[in-house]
Ligand binder design. Structure first.
Ligand SMILES: *Cc1c(COP(=O)(O)O)cnc(C)c1O
Length: 386
């Protein structure tokens, strides 16, 4: 066997080999996945706007007006008026002085964290933060102090240990694989007491929590108090790209120093336009947001009632931890045969022994959809899958 074959066969033996599922439909509760119409619970398109007529019309309008790609980075000739309009809209929505777009959330985290911190810094990082945050921390060369998940006692302990250093506390707002919410008020207090910067990644919170969908800071009444608020346009906002919102000075600084901003081609206008329309729709539609959170709560209790162990909460990310990769694959493939797609999340995305079904809900899922899914899960648990 050559090197690649060896590596790949090892993944296969460990049940960690992954294959794409080819999609041939728009994103919605029902999708054509691998040639089958299924009810899917796998998407981060929480607001169900990816195939919305209004969003598509905005995209088509931008396509007609600007064409496809931007052909240059933002600081050369890639800054279009639509980027400026979207940045202003995001700043207004986030109640910050300014905002800046990136071409993806991954690029944003790498660029922001490596620009803001450096070798003489300590970054306090939640153990379950997204991979792009970890990679940004590594790139920065700062000392990484990983604290236990959402454990502000452990955070404080580590902050006290390094208190003579410049520091940044960074956390997911809503955690991508667990669906719980960072204890932002305590994090904010610790940062204020010890003179540290704070950063929140709102990829799964923007458009989902907070009264206007402005995310974690709004949910906790801390708008304008978090130094660096990053979020994506690729999830609830039905498009691609990401933003950072904060003070004028922060944004000016990042415009010069965030390498993934400076050295990358500007976001396509069609993506900016669709994100902008989705953002407008989302802000105006508190009812859909509330319904989604209520449905998420109901789903958790229905799953618990059928003998699974699901944490309390109300975000649309619902982890059903089953343990081994093998077990979660069995559940996921059984559900697929019944017409439900729920992805099996395995290492390295989650810790070994923490493999899980990750149910994610979106506007458009009905209570009946949930009840059908949960009955199938109960059948699998009763042995139907083996
Ligand atoms: C998805 C995600 C990202 C990356 O965003 P992309 O726009 O998909 O590159 C960053 N942080 C978190 C927490 C995410 O879930």
């Amino acid at each position: 066997m050559n090197h690649w074959q060896e590596e790949l066969s090892q993944l296969k033996t460990m049940n960690l080999y992954r294959e794409p599922r080819w999609i041939s439909s728009p994103v919605g509760p029902v999708m054509n996945i691998g040639g089958h119409q299924v009810l899917q619970f796998s998407s981060n398109a929480y607001n169900g706007l990816n195939n919305d007529q209004r969003v598509k019309r905005a995209a088509i309008k931008a396509l007609e007006e600007y064409g496809t790609g931007t052909g240059a980075s933002r600081l050369v000739s890639g800054s279009f008026d639509i980027h400026q309009k979207l940045e202003q809209k995001i700043a207004l929505h986030k109640k910050t002085e300014s905002a800046l777009l990136f071409s993806s959330g991954y690029a944003a985290n790498l660029g922001i964290i490596s620009a803001v911190t450096g070798k003489d810094w300590v970054i306090y990082c939640d153990k379950l933060n997204h991979a792009s945050i970890i990679d940004g921390c590594r790139l920065s060369g700062a000392k990484l102090a990983v604290y236990q998940h959402c454990d502000t006692k452990d955070l404080l302990h580590k902050v006290q240990r390094y208190k003579d250093h410049k520091g940044l506390i960074v956390t997911d707002g809503v955690f991508s694989m667990d669906g719980d919410i960072a204890p932002l008020p305590d994090i904010y207090t610790i940062a204020r007491d010890y003179g540290l910067l704070t950063m929140v990644d709102d990829a799964h919170a923007a458009g989902v929590i907070g009264i206007t969908g402005a995310g974690t800071s709004e949910y906790f009444g801390l708008q304008g108090k978090i130094d660096i608020e990053m979020g994506t346009l690729s999830k609830a906002y039905a498009s691609e790209g990401a933003y950072v919102a904060g003070s004028f000075e922060l944004i000016e600084y990042l415009r010069h120093k965030a390498r993934s901003f400076v050295y990358s081609t500007a976001l396509a206008p069609v993506l900016a336009a669709s994100a902008m329309e989705a953002l407008d729709i989302s802000i105006a539609d508190a009812t859909s947001r509330e319904s989604l959170l209520a449905l998420s709560k109901l789903t958790r209790s229905l799953i618990n009632d059928s003998g699974f162990d699901v944490p309390d909460g109300f975000t649309p990310i619902i982890p059903v931890i089953l343990g081994t990769a093998e077990r979660v694959l069995s559940a996921s493939s059984y559900l697929m045969k019944q017409g439900f797609y729920v992805p099996a999340i395995r290492p390295p995305t989650v810790k070994t022994g923490q493999s899980r079904l990750r149910i994610s809900l979106m506007t458009g899922h009905s209570e009946n959809d949930i009840r059908r899914l949960v009955s199938s899960m109960a059948l699998w648990k009763a042995g139907a899958g083996s």
